[in-house]
Design a protein around this ligand. Structure first.
Ligand code: S3P
Length: 175
């Protein structure tokens, strides 16, 4: 039986907020992979990208994913690039149902506005960058998803309810 929920999807699709809500409602432990990376690195994600580069960041991401994926009864909010390394998904799938939260590029743009803690969106044309990254990543998100929810027009509570409803039908998942 799988007892974890792993939330994947692009930046700004609500993984962290939905994850916190789900964990509270289902009495599971909430784990945010980006927070684990910050703890392990001893610096912010922006600083990891600036000092050490994206490859070093991805190595940290692989290490914390391994740590988080091994536990049980967890809600794991992943970073948007988790799907870039297949090993992460293989590890997550052992104990987790993978929930893909998606949203339209314009919606993502609005949701990330004013947030400077995203190194990959430090560019003059954010919408274009979002569209480019999304078009590359979309097939990966879709391939690994057990459940997909379009969050563009839903609030956090509604997304969480939909996920719970879908998991109730899932014979391999235990609350
Ligand atoms: C990234 C997403 C971020 C964070 C890092 C890289 C990505 O997480 O891991 O900035 O590659 O999409 P969120 O999706 O939680 O913003």
């Amino acid at each position: 039986m799988k007892t974890n929920i792993a939330l994947i999807g692009f930046m700004g699709t609500g993984k962290t907020q939905v994850g916190r809500t789900l964990a509270r409602k289902l009495n599971k432990e909430f784990v945010e992979l980006d927070d684990l990376i910050v703890q392990r690195a001893g610096k912010s994600i922006n600083t990891v990208f600036e000092d050490d580069g994206e490859i070093a960041f991805r190595e940290l991401e692989i290490a914390v994913t391994k740590e988080a994926a091994g536990g049980k009864y967890r809600v794991i909010a992943c970073g948007g690039g988790i799907v870039l390394n297949k090993i992460n998904i293989d590890r997550l799938k052992q104990n987790s149902r993978v929930v893909y939260l998606k949203a339209a590029p314009q919606v993502i743009l609005k949701r990330v506005a004013g947030n400077e803690e995203r190194p990959l969106l430090k560019t003059p044309d954010r919408l274009r960058q979002i569209k480019e990254l999304l078009s590359y990543r979309k097939p990966f998100y879709e391939r690994v998803a057990d459940i997909t929810i379009n969050t563009s027009r839903l609030d956090v509570a509604a997304v969480s309810e939909q996920i719970i409803d879908r998991l109730k039908e899932d014979e391999c998942f235990s609350f």
